[in-house]
Design a binder for this molecule. Structure first.
Ligand SMILES: [Fe+2]
Length: 357
């Protein structure tokens, strides 16, 4: 029953998505099924929760909510085997009654596309399920477009174009998802993509690379869609635990984009995974250093940092453009690739005002 004044949930747009629950506590499973049912998800099923290693082979394509507990690694193994063998067909939300950072890290390392602590607020649960259901549909559509049978043999170049078109369609769908779930993040993503493409041009990267980079950059913060709103919208200084949760968006974004082959999606995955790595190795999540970080990612890192600094956030005021440029100069050689900062400065010298497209 909705409370007076509460809007009908805007995320219930994929009721036909197959949602399977494995390994949840019985009372929790009933609560989740009720919430999903109220939101219009009718194709839900509760699978036996007896821990077994072959669970990954039993689930059908769709979204799987896997209960991961503090004492058992069996379901984490199921998450891992789903990720490694069936990532193109199955998306996993790890759920746990424990708000444990160690458990979150283990579930993401195993390949989960989201981690939920239950019981969760209705909005957070439905938003997360909606995002992961949309993600599943995007992957399914990409697979369908890529495997579309051709009546006559085609030139390999034409086949490559078709593949690139399918990947572009998928990323465009994910961009629309970002806009829908978090409009502010959508605007940030567009500005970063615009600045990254301009910087790539200033560095004389070929047109095809600039175009791919612009599309990939739009998904750099995809993982933030399933970070709790209480962390994303925090107005004060984040504590250690919330920082760790926020930082997990890089790993989540990479997991979300795993399961699809192709140059463009692989680039988007690398950008999502590594855009917080630092030139001197002091970044996260892997501590990559220098040219271990792909050039395209180093470009996005600078554009991302500049846009973040020059726009107001819930926890701080925006810096002026001049102040932000000084911060970039200060970070050249430590956080940022100095050559990218130099190219970015040339772009800003030419830029009058950056408007989102
Ligand atoms: Fe980020």
């Amino acid at each position: 029953m909705r409370r007076a004044g509460e809007r009908e949930h805007r995320f219930a747009t994929h009721p036909a998505t197959n949602i399977q629950l494995i390994g949840l506590e019985p009372d929790t499973a009933v609560d989740v099924l009720n919430l999903l049912g109220q939101a219009g998800y009718w194709n839900t099923v509760l699978l036996p929760s007896t821990p077994r290693l072959d669970l990954a082979e039993e689930v059908t394509p769709g979204v799987v909510m896997v209960g991961v507990g503090a004492g058992s690694t069996v379901h984490l193994d199921a998450v891992r085997s789903l990720f490694e063998a069936r990532a193109a067909a199955v998306r996993v939300i790890a759920v746990s009654p424990y708000p444990s950072l160690r458990l979150r890290a283990a579930a993401l390392e195993a390949g989960a596309s989201a981690f939920l602590t239950l019981p969760a607020e209705r909005h957070e649960l439905l938003s997360t399920v909606h995002v992961i259901a949309e993600l599943h549909s995007a992957h399914r559509e990409l697979s369908r477009l890529k495997s579309f049978p051709l009546s006559t043999p085609v030139d390999p170049a034409v086949a490559a174009d078709r593949s690139a078109h399918a990947e572009t369609t998928m990323l465009h769908r994910l961009m629309k998802l970002i806009d829908k779930v978090d409009g502010g993040l959508g605007k940030h993503s567009r500005r970063v993509a615009h600045l990254a493409a301009r910087t790539a041009a200033a560095m004389d990267l070929p047109w095809s690379s600039r175009s791919a980079l612009q599309a990939a950059a739009r998904a750099h913060d995809l993982g933030k869609l399933v970070i709790p709103r209480s962390v994303i919208n925090a107005t004060g200084k984040l504590g250690y635990g919330d920082i760790a949760v926020m930082r997990s968006h890089a790993r989540i974004g990479a997991n979300m984009l795993t399961g699809a082959e192709g140059r463009l999606v692989c680039l988007a995955r690398e950008v999502a995974a590594s855009h917080h790595e630092w030139w001197d190795g002091g970044g996260y999540p892997r501590g990559l250093k220098g040219e271990e970080i792909p050039l395209e990612v180093r470009v996005v890192s600078v554009a991302d940092a500049y846009d973040a600094m020059t726009n107001q956030r819930t926890y701080r005021e925006a810096l002026t453009r001049g102040e932000a440029r000084k911060e970039l100069d200060r970070g050249a050689g430590t956080q940022f690739d100095p050559e990218v900062v130099a190219a970015f400065s040339r772009v800003l010298d030419e830029e009058v005002v950056v408007e989102p497209s």
